[in-house]
Structure formats: structure tokens, C-alpha cells
Design a protein around this ligand. Structure first.
Ligand code: NDP
Length: 246
């Protein structure tokens, strides 16, 4: 039996891509899931699919950029399942653009979702994990958290921040027996590119992304980190398509 059996896992950004694939993977290994994102129709459909396959899942419509809503999703998990074993802070947005275009609203959105959303997710689950002296916080960064690409200055800034925050959390919470994992995906085939507002840039990036691998590849990496014995922490993973150079 997998260690994942009966673990209570909150996943943000569960309505598509990596979050959705992770929900399916963990449900198949017996996790009790709390699915969070803004699109209710997608969450409901996923919940039904998981339940039809014999898994357990509930959902809560959540904007990760709201501290209050993130607290509410953690409270919901505690009320329904009694504990939180794992928080997967996966929700993210990537409206790429060069800095000189001054797409201030898009910068704000990336900072709110990719950085503040992760912080609010940590804040929501940390008290109960510290109390139990057990828990696992998994934050999805990116290969853009290791390298900077043209038009990716702000996005990379947010993903570097996710790595810094997670490493700081690891050091601070090691003595409380809390595991942390940074997952840095390379090119994965999802809806992430939809938010790029410049049509020319978007079509160039769509072309480059044809090498993308399935989101299930990241879901398996997340499951691997969770299913280690509790005294083993997989602190960081980069998962790229084999043929991706940078
Ligand atoms: P998708 O666009 O398919 O999924 C993004 C998810 O984030 C959706 O479920 C979306 O749900 C959710 N989301 C966005 N904004 C918010 C918000 N304000 N509140 C709650 N949920 C939100 O992309 P991916 O699956 O690819 O992205 C998942 C993570 O992986 C992101 O952090 C991304 O940066 C990272 N990543 C992806 C790579 C790739 O190549 N695809 C590469 C490296 C990292 P909804 O709109 O319903 O709220």
C-alpha cells in the first residue's frame, strides 16, 4: 500500500494541467483530495471523475490571491477530513512579455498568484502542521526559477521567489518535522500559454512548446516526493522533456 493512502492533500490550480493530473494520480493512490481553483465547472467535473473511479475528493472555489479564501480552503479540509498532510501550491499564471511593454496588470497578476498565492497557501496550512509536527508543503516553481528567458523577467522573478521562499521554509520548519519540496517543470503541455497577450510572442512560444510532455509526468514526480517515508524529504526536483536543452 502506498504511503499516500488516506493522506489529506490540498491542490491549488486543480482545474487544469498539472494540478488536475496530480489530483488524478494521488486519487488513484488513495489520497483524500481537496481541489481548489476558480473554475467551478472544471472542479466539479474532476471531482465526479475521481469519485466514479472510487477515489475521494471535495472541492472549494478559491482564488489563491485571496488570503481569506486560502484560509477558508484549509479550514474546509480540516472540517471535512480532520487534518492536512500535504499542500500542493501549484496554481500559477504566465503572461509573458518584455519589460518595456509595461504590462503592469500582468506583472501584478503574476506576483499575486505565483508569489502571494504560494505564501497564502503556506500560511493557511502551517499552523496545523506545526501543531501535529507533521506535514508536507510542495511548491511548483519552474525551470524559469533556475534560468531567465527573454520576455520572462517577471515570470522568472516570481518563480525564483518560490524557490527562495520554499528553501527558507525548509530551514525554518525542519525542526518541526515539516517536509518541503520544490518542483521545477520544464515544458509541459497545458493551458498555461493561453494567458500570453501578445499574439506574435504567443505563437512563437507555442511553437517552442511543441516538445512539451504530459502533465502526468509532473504528477508522478509529486507522488514520488509524497510517498517517501516521512523522515525522507525530496527537497527539489527539475523535470524536463528529455529533448529540452534549456
Ligand atoms: P494551467 O494553465 O493548465 O493551470 C493553471 C492552474 O492555476 C489552473 O487550474 C487555474 O485555475 C489555476 N489558477 C490560476 N490563477 C488562479 C487563481 N488566482 N486562483 C486559483 N487558481 C488559479 O497551467 P499548468 O498546469 O502548466 O500550471 C501549473 C503550475 O505549473 C503553474 O504554477 C506554472 O507556473 C507551473 N509550470 C508550468 C509549466 C508548463 O510548461 N506548463 C512549466 C513550469 C512551471 P482557474 O483558472 O480555474 O482558477
Amino acid at each position: 500500500m502506498s504511503n499516500i493512502q488516506d493522506m489529506v492533500v490540498i491542490i491549488t490550480g486543480a482545474s487544469s494541467g498539472i494540478g488536475e493530473a496530480t489530483a488524478k494520480e494521488l486519487a488513484s493512490k488513495g489520497a483524500k483530495l481537496v481541489l481548489a481553483a476558480r473554475r467551478e465547472d472544471r472542479l466539479k467535473k474532476l471531482q465526479e471523475e475521481i469519485q466514479n473511479n472510487g477515489g475521494q475528493a471535495i472541492y472549494k472555489v478559491t482564488d489563491v490571491a485571496s488570503h481569506e479564501q486560502m484560509e477558508e480552503v484549509a479550514e474546509y479540509a480540516l472540517k471535512e477530513f480532520g487534518k492536512i498532510d500535504v499542500m500542493v501550491n501549484n496554481a500559477g499564471v504566465m503572461p509573458l512579455s518584455p519589460v518595456h511593454q509595461k504590462k503592469i496588470n500582468e506583472w501584478d497578476m503574476m506576483i499575486d498568484v505565483n508569489i502571494k498565492g504560494v505564501l497564502y497557501g503556506i500560511a493557511a496550512v502551517l499552523p496545523s502542521m506545526r501543531e501535529r509536527k507533521e506535514g508536507h508543503i510542495i511548491n511548483v516553481s519552474s525551470i524559469a526559477g533556475h534560468l531567465v528567458f527573454p520576455a520572462g523577467s517577471v515570470y522568472s522573478g516570481t518563480k525564483f521567489a518560490v524557490r527562495a521562499i520554499t528553501e527558507g521554509l525548509r530551514i525554518e520548519e525542519a525542526s518541526n518535522n515539516i517536509r518541503t519540496t520544490i518542483i521545477s517543470p520544464g515544458t509541459i503541455t497545458t493551458e498555461l500559454l493561453e494567458a500570453i497577450s501578445d499574439p506574435e510572442l504567443k505563437s512563437a512560444i507555442v511553437e517552442d512548446s511543441k516538445i512539451g510532455i504530459e502533465p502526468a509526468s509532473i504528477a508522478r514526480a509529486i507522488a514520488f516526493a509524497i510517498e517517501q517515508p516521512l523522515d525522507v524529504a525530496i527537497n527539489e526536483m527539475i523535470v524536463r522533456p528529455t529533448i529540452q536543452e534549456l
